[in-house]
Write a protein that binds this ligand. Structure first.
Ligand code: SAM
Ligand code: SF4
Length: 353
């Protein structure tokens, strides 16, 4: 059984008990009905992308959001500021490809300067990173994850439908100029039948460069809705491929809400991580919220309920009750492995991964 059952101790009952206003989510930290406190926010700054990864976007014909629906810089800053006042501490900027948004470095700077925000990080496909990384770090970017599924130019092109591996590797090298970004994390989505030959070269990258390579299970978040369970190359299998060549030792999680398990090469040469959302769901400790490029608050990648913060903001309505109600209603966990069709209506590029 792979479905995530979510937290073990639902506390919906607290809402009818005196003295539990805090737990109902009307004040204090951003708590859901299962007692999970929300500290992490992913902000999608655009739904557009310069790659077309097959597990995310169709080859052609992706309909982009009309410009007037995309949050303006001031609106992004206002909403992130609101969420920071409500307890969000870590902000990850994502997309689509975040580096396609004009003025991204100053926007990162404005988010990093907000009271309460401790860290602003970014997930990027790396294609434009060598051009932007200096400005981003100067603006306050603290961490970066770069998505690289293959170090083989042909397989990279087969997955992303673009021939940009050299630019991505140049972006990674550019990150090495900034010790404050270390370790750079490299996200590699694994696809059964395609990615197996990439496992050892990617693991070797974590031994040779100041990177932590993270092997990510593919989830049903592709726009064409072609995901099947057969496509999932599980984290345990990938770990076995690596361990047969370089023995691995488990490391403790760096925080309770971590999405990844951490492993060190037994010879001390580096670290790997495994994000096994399908085979080992981690919903029970989820502390993440997502703000889409068009200003919708999502509490779970896989739930289609969204709170329309853009609408409320533009109409001048109070925002805090909308946020609290959305967080209180966050589902226990996803239904991959249980529901016949667990995919949400929005693909990953439209939510913000
Ligand atoms: N364009 C940027 C990038 O690729 O890094 C940021 C946005 S992308 C949606 C964020 C992360 O989600 C990437 O690491 C990507 O590999 C991952 N991702 C996209 N679709 C996925 C899927 N169906 N299953 C698992 N991870 C996925
Ligand atoms: Fe673009 Fe990132 Fe989706 Fe690939 S995973 S198509 S780089 S948004």
């Amino acid at each position: 059984m792979n479905a995530c059952r979510g937290p073990r101790t639902p506390c919906r009952l607290r809402s009818v008990m005196p003295g539990w206003g805090y737990a109902r989510g009307v004040e204090g930290p951003l708590t859901d009905a299962f007692g999970r406190v929300h500290r992490a926010l992913r902000v999608s700054v655009t739904d557009r992308c310069n790659l077309r990864c097959r597990y995310c976007m169709p080859a052609e014909g992706m309909a982009w959001l009309p410009g007037d629906r995309v949050l303006r810089d001031a609106e992004v800053v206002r909403l992130v500021g609101l969420l920071a006042r409500m307890g969000v501490r870590e902000v990850r900027v994502t997309g689509g490809e975040p580096l396609l948004r004009p003025g991204i470095a100053p926007l990162v700077g404005r988010m990093a300067a907000l009271p309460g925000v401790r860290e602003v990080s970014m997930t990027s496909n790396g294609v434009l990173l060598d051009r932007h990384v200096d400005d981003l770090v100067a603006a306050g970017l603290a961490r970066v994850n770069v998505s690289v599924d293959s170090l083989d130019p042909e397989r990279f092109a087969a997955i992303t439908r673009r021939r940009d591996l050299d630019r991505v590797l140049a972006g990674l090298r550019a990150c090495e100029r900034h010790p404050s970004l270390r370790p750079v994390k490299v996200n590699a989505v694994c696809l059964r039948g395609l990615s197996e030959p990439d496992v050892l070269p990617l693991a070797a990258l974590a031994r040779e460069r100041p990177y932590v390579v993270r092997f990510v299970e593919v989830m049903p978040l592709d726009a064409p809705r072609e995901w099947t369970r057969d496509l999932v190359l599980g984290g345990e299998e990938v770990r076995a491929i690596v361990a047969a060549r370089w023995p691995l030792l488990p490391l403790p999680a760096d925080r309770p809400s971590a999405t990844a398990t951490r492993w060190a090469f037994a010879d001390g040469a580096g670290e790997l991580e495994f994000v096994s959302s399908v085979t080992e769901p981690f919903c029970a400790a989820c502390d993440r919220l997502r703000l889409t490029a068009d200003g919708q608050l999502r509490t779970c990648l896989f739930a289609d309920q969204e709170a329309d913060l853009r609408g409320a903001l533009r109409r001048g309505e109070p925002l805090e009750p909308v946020v609290r109600q959305a967080v209180w209603g966050k589902p226990a966990g996803h239904a991959i492995g249980v529901a016949a069709d667990p995919a949400p209506m929005r693909p990953m590029s439209r939510i913000g991964g």
